[in-house]
Design a protein around this ligand. Structure first.
Ligand SMILES: NC(=O)c1ccc[n+]([C@@H]2O[C@H](COP(=O)([O-])OP(=O)(O)OC[C@H]3O[C@@H](n4cnc5c(N)ncnc54)[C@H](OP(=O)(O)O)[C@@H]3O)[C@@H](O)[C@H]2O)c1
Length: 489
């Protein structure tokens, strides 16, 4: 039977009027992702005209009008077609700017006054989203500023969105959780991992729990191993300051790859509710066997070729320390000690300057236990079935199966049964559209719980402390060869 909360979730939501405050509104994320997503949602009618945006940054060079001009220019560069009249009307009604100055307590009180003024002027109830599109070192002072100026108080609802990375190890993640919990309830906190907003990632749940066929095979009896790959062909794109402090383990493994892992491995949740799903994900994280240093390979790209062009190595990138040991590649093997998965290796791989940009999950099934085709020779060797779930760029599913080629002699070949999202549904929307809408609707399903963050950091923090040999790989060449040993256990 479907409970009331689940039923409400299935219905198209009525948006509650609210003010959406973007802190760090002049930054890269706000420009590239948040404003385009908000504007697309507005033009589709998804916000039902009930979202007032207050863009906040320290800069004093803008007012409402100059900031609106800036956003118009930015939206123009993202390929959105802008109707001048509709844009001006939207701005007039929905887009405002406020400078937070140096961010001292007095500045937050002024922010509070501005929010109240807009709420009065636009007859809004006190429903507020605070989106921290800020560098991580600005999270603590901002949370404190909001809390001390009592902007955390709810008379309608108040939600806070925290971008990744959430901490840089277990200790710092705990400190950040403690700080945010001093001022906000967990039900008000939305820790974002934009991978979870991707249609194909959400479809993992549908694929697993709406297709009974696979559930019987989704275990140690039938699965040989699972690879989860997030590969980029880009380098660090001028973000040396950030990347030198981060590296691939913090930047990708602790969040995106681990989220994919939990969705692939978790037990069926009792409902499609955020608590039920998050509880199952947390159980998986707690069942992962501590990762041994010999089960990890760290790499760093050296000079090489991407798309036929020579590119510099990581240590030659502007702003990178010439002897940097920051990893741009991680390969690791882990196991989950529970009844479903004991003994099945999971391989996680992520790297920059890989030959192609791809995010994939490969589920390798066990081979047929005996082959009646073996007497026909090597052309009839039986291959395992492999299910490939592509998250990006060509979202879809591909099941590799064995078929007989036409004619004689007997010959087996591997063919694909596949489904490509874009062929059926067109291009999926940007992940931020789904996530912003979920925040506004108060749905935490696709956001990360404090226990999840801490469990993930508990797993990876010991790896941050080991003295790691860094394997160099030429840009564009693929995984460092040492990665092969992860499969040989
Ligand atoms: N960029 C992306 O594609 C992306 C993707 C995923 C996640 N993220 C995460 O999103 C967050 C923002 O990233 P970003 O790339 O947009 O960063 P960014 O461009 O460096 O900075 C965002 C804005 O924050 C403000 N700011 C900087 N230092 C501040 C401080 N100490 N106190 C208050 N405000 C400060 C700045 O505006 P003012 O100086 O005008 O105040 C700046 O424009 C980060 O946590 C990042 O990890 C980014």
């Amino acid at each position: 039977m479907v409970d009331t909360r689940s039923r409400n979730k299935m219905l198209k939501k009525q948006i509650e009027p609210h003010i959406f405050i973007i802190l760090g509104a002049t930054g890269n994320l706000a420009r590239r992702k948040l404003f385009p997503a908000i504007y697309r949602l507005s033009t589709k009618g998804a916000l039902q005209g009930k979202s007032v945006i207050l863009a906040v940054s320290r800069s004093k060079e803008y007012d409402d009008n100059t900031f609106r001009d800036q956003i118009k220019n930015i939206l123009g560069t993202t390929g959105l077609s802008i109707n001048d009249k509709a844009f001006s009307e939207w701005c007039e009604k929905c887009l405002h700017y406020h400078s937070i100055g140096n961010g001292n307590l007095e500045d937050y009180r002024k922010l509070s006054d501005r929010i109240l003024e807009l709420e009065t002027q636009k007859e809004l109830p006190s429903n507020r989203v605070f989106y921290m599109a800020l560098p991580p070192d600005a999270f603590p002072p901002t949370i404190k500023g909001l809390g001390e100026s009592e902007l955390n108080k709810e008379s309608g609802w108040t939600r806070i969105v925290i971008e990744k990375p959430f901490g840089r190890d277990l200790e710092s993640a705990r400190q950040l959780n403690n700080l945010v919990h001093r001022y906000f309830q967990e039900s008000q906190i939305y820790r974002i991992d934009h991978f979870l907003g991707k249609e194909t990632v959400q479809n993992l749940l549908v694929f697993r729990f709406a297709n009974a066929f696979f559930e019987h095979l989704w275990n140690r009896e039938h699965i040989e191993s699972i690879d989860i790959v997030v590969a980029e062909n880009q380098g660090i794109e001028g973000r040396a300051n950030y990347y030198e402090q981060s590296g691939a383990l913090r930047d990708m493994v602790e969040n995106h790859l681990t989220q994919l892992l939990t969705l692939v491995a978790m037990e069926p949740p009792i409902t499609f509710e955020s608590d039920a799903i998050r509880n199952e994900k947390i159980k998986i994280l707690r069942q992962i066997v501590p990762i041994r240093s010999e089960d990890v390979v760290f790499g760093q790209y050296a000079e090489g070729m991407i798309d036929g062009k020579k590119v510099r190595g990581y240590r030659g990138e502007s702003g990178v320390y010439p002897e940097s040991k920051t990893e741009t590649f991680v390969g690791l093997r882990l196991e989950i000690a529970n009844w479903r998965w004991a003994g099945v290796p999971f391989f996680l791989f992520t790297g920059k300057r890989m030959p192609q940009r791809i995010t994939q999950i490969k589920v390798r099934f066990q081979c047929a236990p005996v082959s009646i085709f073996a007497p026909f020779g090597p052309a009839c060797s039986v291959q395992p079935n492999v299910l490939i779930i592509t998250i990006q760029p060509d979202e879809g599913f591909d099941l590799k199966i064995q078929v007989k080629s036409l004619g004689q002699p007997m010959n087996l070949t591997t063919q694909s049964l596949n489904f490509k999202y874009s062929d059926t549904f067109g291009l999926p929307p940007d992940a931020y559209e789904a996530l912003l809408l979920d925040v506004i609707n108060g749905d935490q399903t696709l956001f990360v719980h404090s226990d999840e963050v801490e469990s993930a950091w508990s797993l990876y923090t010991p790896l941050l402390k080991i003295d790691k040999p860094i394997r160099l790989y030429p840009a564009g060449s693929g995984y460092p060869p040492e990665t092969d040993r992860l499969y040989m256990r």
